[in-house]
Every structure is written in structure tokens, then in C-alpha cells.
Design a protein around this ligand. Structure first.
Ligand SMILES: [Zn+2]
Length: 333
């Protein structure tokens, strides 16, 4: 399987000299690619430093992905959003009328902000911008006691756009039309940003969560795959994070099969992510081996989130982070 790209995410090191040591060991371990996180904080304070780290990655023949880590509170990642703090009127609104701490995909100020992020991220020298886990805010992820059927977003902008689209007021319950509107809003947002990415000379990858919920983008992946500006379709079947007790091989295969079918239909590259965080217990390294072997059977590109089994992020680190990391590296071709 010599043509399969193998990579890892990398984060939280803002000293290029330290980063170089890590990047060298990634290249020595046989990795072809690295994803650098580019949070709002990185963009505000570490832009040239991040550009240096991107250049150091290229010096080691690593392809570079860059992601909007936690930007606006609507992408995945362990980073906070200053945009949301500074722009309360741009926040999503629950169907109960309550504002939540995440920006709305339909908000014009947020779109302008992410257009700026996109230009800066491409300007770092990234090969691919990685639109990671775009999602409407989910109050239940934060231990909240809202009823099960709450949803976002019903802000003034969303209600206005919905009325224009359907010639009726936006309901407060999630009807099929509301779900479709939510999907189309996110797809419209991604389309705008991905078109700009291409203009700026980079490619686009989008990572959809394996949930089949309108909270996390299109329920039918075809709707995204047919976009003119996408190059890589990705998903992250994190068996121990998203399920109670799924078998890693079966879970990765289930979504890998679907991913590869949709990607092939639209001439896209496919990418699968291996869970390298929050794994506990003796079976973790073997589970990672199984997941990695399975992913390699399906996808054009395989990545782990994240390097060293997330050793440095104590809240989500694996119990034996280096054993997880070594198991991943060991299974790569
Ligand atoms: Zn809204």
C-alpha cells in the first residue's frame, strides 16, 4: 500500500526549534503529512511562528494540512473562541431563544471573520485547509440539562433566511424543512470558504463526524461530496469517543466503506482518522492496531489524532499515550 498518505495532527508547540525536533521524528517514522492546528489565538499571536513551523514541515517533505481549531466554537478542538466572546450578537440561538457560545454559520460577521482566517491559513503555506467537524452547537456535550430535542440555530438571521427560502416563519420544532435548512446553511458556509481557499492556492478537506445528524452537516454525505471545491472527504470514526462499546475494526470499516464509496463517486480522495486520545485500558494499543489496519484497507489517507497519543493534553490523553502512538506507527506501511 505504498501510495497511502499517513499523517498526524500536531499542536500546542509554538517554538519552531522544539517543533523541528518533533517534525524530524515524524518524518523519520515514515509519515508523509502533518496537520497543524491554527486556532484564533495562533492567528492573533503566532502567525509568523506558525508559518515557520509549516516551512519546517515542508523542509522534511511533509504535506501540510491546517485546521481552524475551535474557531468560532463551530469546529473541533481544544481551543476557545475570542470571536464569540467579542461578538455576542453573532452567536447561535437555541430554539428556546437562549444564546449559546458558538457563532452562527449564517452570521455575516462570522463569515467575514472566517474569510480572514482562510486567507491567513492559506498564507501560512498550507497545502490543504482541513475543515474539521463543523457542527451546530450541541448543549448536551457540555453536561447541560436541556431537553433532548433542542437545536440551533434560530437567530434573527436564520429566521429571515428561512422565511425567504420557504415563505413561512421558521418553526420552533425541528421539522424536516428545518433539518434541511440547517444542512444547507452549513454547506453554503463551507462552499464560500472552500471557494476562497482554492483562490488562495490551497486544497480543501472536510471531516464530517460519523453521526448522520443534521447537527454535524449533511446527513447524506453526497451533498457535500458534489461540491466543486472539495478535494478530500474525511471522517473520524472514534470508536471509544462516539460509541458505548463498538468494535474498532467494525466501526472504522462501516464508515470507511461509506466514505470511500462517496469519495470515489465524486473523484475525491478519502481520509480516515484514527482515535489517539482518551483511550484507556490494556486493549488500547491493539484496538489502535485493528483500527489502523482497517483504515488502510479503505482510505487514500490515514491520520491519527493526535501525535504521541495526545500525551500533552492531560484532559484527553490516552492512559498509555506512547503505546498508542507506537501501535499506530507500527501498522503503517
Ligand atoms: Zn443563526
Amino acid at each position: 500500500m505504498p501510495d497511502i498518505e499517513a499523517g498526524t495532527s500536531y499542536f500546542d508547540v509554538q517554538d519552531c526549534e522544539h517543533a523541528k525536533a518533533d517534525l524530524t521524528r515524524f518524518a523519520d517514522a515514515g509519515l508523509d503529512a502533518v496537520l497543524h492546528t491554527f486556532s484564533e489565538r495562533d492567528r492573533a499571536f503566532y502567525r509568523e511562528t506558525t508559518a515557520d513551523i509549516v516551512a519546517a514541515s515542508h523542509d522534511r517533505s511533509l504535506s501540510v494540512y491546517v485546521n481552524p481549531w475551535g474557531v468560532g466554537g463551530v469546529f473541533g478542538g481544544e481551543a476557545f473562541s475570542r470571536f464569540v466572546a467579542r461578538n455576542p450578537d453573532s452567536r447561535q440561538v437555541l430554539n428556546t431563544g437562549e444564546r449559546v457560545p458558538a457563532a452562527c454559520f449564517n452570521d455575516p460577521a462570522f463569515r467575514e471573520f472566517v474569510r480572514g482566517w482562510t486567507r491567513d491559513a492559506a498564507g501560512l503555506g498550507a497545502d490543504v485547509l482541513f475543515w474539521d467537524e463543523p457542527h451546530w452547537h450541541n448543549v448536551h456535550w457540555y453536561g447541560d440539562d436541556h431537553p433532548d430535542d433542542v437545536w440551533c440555530c434560530r437567530c434573527g438571521r436564520c429566521r429571515e433566511l428561512y422565511r425567504r427560502r420557504y415563505d413561512e416563519p421558521m418553526p420552533a420544532t425541528e421539522t424536516e424543512r428545518v433539518s434541511t435548512f440547517r444542512e444547507e446553511s452549513m454547506l453554503g458556509f463551507l462552499d464560500e470558504m472552500m471557494a476562497l481557499t482554492r483562490e488562495e492556492g490551497a486544497e480543501n478537506a472536510v471531516c464530517l463526524m460519523p453521526t448522520g445528524s443534521a447537527d454535524h452537516g449533511p446527513r447524506d454525505w453526497e451533498k457535500l461530496a458534489k461540491n466543486d471545491h472539495i478535494d478530500v472527504l474525511a471522517t473520524d470514526p472514534y470508536w471509544a469517543a462516539f460509541t458505548e462499546d463498538a468494535d474498532p475494526g467494525e466501526y472504522v470499516a462501516r464508515f470507511g466503506e461509506e466514505l470511500v464509496r462517496v469519495a470515489a463517486d465524486h473523484d475525491l480522495r478519502s481520509q480516515l482518522w484514527i482515535q489517539g486520545f482518551g483511550l484507556r485500558g490494556d486493549s488500547a494499543p491493539d484496538d489502535v492496531r485493528t483500527a489502523t489496519r482497517t483504515a488502510l484497507e479503505f482510505a487514500d489517507s490515514v491520520f491519527m489524532w493526535g501525535y504521541d497519543g495526545c500525551r500533552t493534553i492531560s484532559e484527553i490523553a490516552c492512559e498509555e499515550p506512547m503505546a498508542v502512538w507506537e501501535a499506530y506507527l507500527d501498522e503503517l506501511p
